[in-house]
Design a protein around this ligand. Structure first.
Ligand SMILES: C[S@@+](CC[C@H](N)C(=O)[O-])C[C@H]1O[C@@H](n2cnc3c(N)ncnc32)[C@H](O)[C@@H]1O
Length: 286
């Protein structure tokens, strides 16, 4: 694993590190720059401006350069026609990966973001980067947006999915995609933050054999102890912010086989983290 370049570190994550006005402050920072006309239509320069804010002003919960490269390399290899991200925040991953999808010949990048103010920031920066032809921002909870896009016939298959939202929803949203058959053999998943803060129930699911998943699906309450503990912790965290925390209960498709591995890397602050890359390779018949 390459070393972390300390000169590029974002400022430290504070106690309150989002939704305190910094997302709008970021827009003023970017649009107020003297070189704004050189930034327009240039995704790399928009990302540089966002990184500069994160390094010199306030922390932003972006995927960052190091983990971002793991996913852009994957995009170059997989060449997804359709890519979906769960959790867009201010649009950093959306601009980085949307640009990579377009360069790889892809058609559509859906960014699913629950918070409408963050969604508006994503839309503004995506427009600035000149990526509005490829990127579509969908506001609402990820499960509702996935279902709606599927019902409208807009989302028929997910070639690559980046999971970076509410941690207990990684597994429930993946199971929903499996049930809708928009995640099938050939789909690839990249899940952020599996080391910091970590996501044991998700790792257990994508690393389980078909036999283990079938057995668990037969249990009266298919939720494991780590699942329940994580949901309780996260529900408390979001309840404080007055946000809905409903988690779906799709059975998923336990017959799908994933080839899953961790790629170690760093948060943009330099804190160690990792991305779990899971390739859906086949489906076992019952
Ligand atoms: C870590 S941030 C995403 C960072 C972004 N992917 C990046 O790297 O630039 C997580 C985002 O997920 C959003 N979020 C949380 N739960 C969600 C849900 N159920 N559906 C959609 N978005 C959600 C939050 O509002 C937040 O903006």
């Amino acid at each position: 694993m390459p070393e972390f370049d300390q000169s590029k570190a974002y400022t430290e994550q504070e106690e309150v590190f989002f939704d305190d006005g910094r997302e709008i402050e970021l827009l003023h920072f970017v649009y107020g720059r003297a070189d704004i006309d050189q930034i327009r239509g240039n995704p790399a320069r928009v990302l540089q401006a966002i990184d500069e804010y994160g390094r010199t002003k306030k922390y932003l919960m972006n995927v960052g350069e190091d983990k971002g490269k793991i996913v852009t390399d994957l995009i170059a290899e997989v060449k997804p026609q359709t890519m979906v991200e769960l959790g867009g925040y201010i649009g950093y991953s959306c601009i980085l990966f949307g640009d990579a999808v377009r360069k790889a010949g892809g058609k559509r990048y859906y960014s699913l973001e629950r918070n409408p103010e963050f969604g508006a920031v994503i839309g503004s920066l995506v427009h600035l980067a000149g990526l509005s032809d490829v990127v579509k921002v969908e506001i609402g909870s990820s499960d509702a947006s996935l279902k709606r896009l599927y019902d409208e016939g807009l989302l028929k298959h997910i070639d690559l999915m980046f999971l970076d939202h509410y941690k207990p929803a990684y597994t429930t949203d993946l199971k929903l995609c499996e049930e809708l058959k928009i995640v099938t053999p050939g789909s690839v998943l990249a899940a952020d933050n599996v080391i910091t803060p970590g996501n044991p129930p998700y790792l257990e699911y994508v690393r389980s054999s078909v036999a283990e998943k079938r057995k668990k699906a037969e249990q009266p309450n298919g939720e494991s102890a780590p699942d329940a503990r994580m949901a309780a912790r996260s529900i408390n965290q979001y309840a404080k912010r007055g946000e809905s925390t409903s988690l779906g209960s799709s059975p998923g498709n336990p017959n799908l086989v994933y080839d899953s591995k961790l790629v170690n890397s760093f948060e943009p602050t330099g804190v160690p983290d990792g991305v779990e890359i899971s390739r859906c390779v086949s489906e076992e018949k019952e």
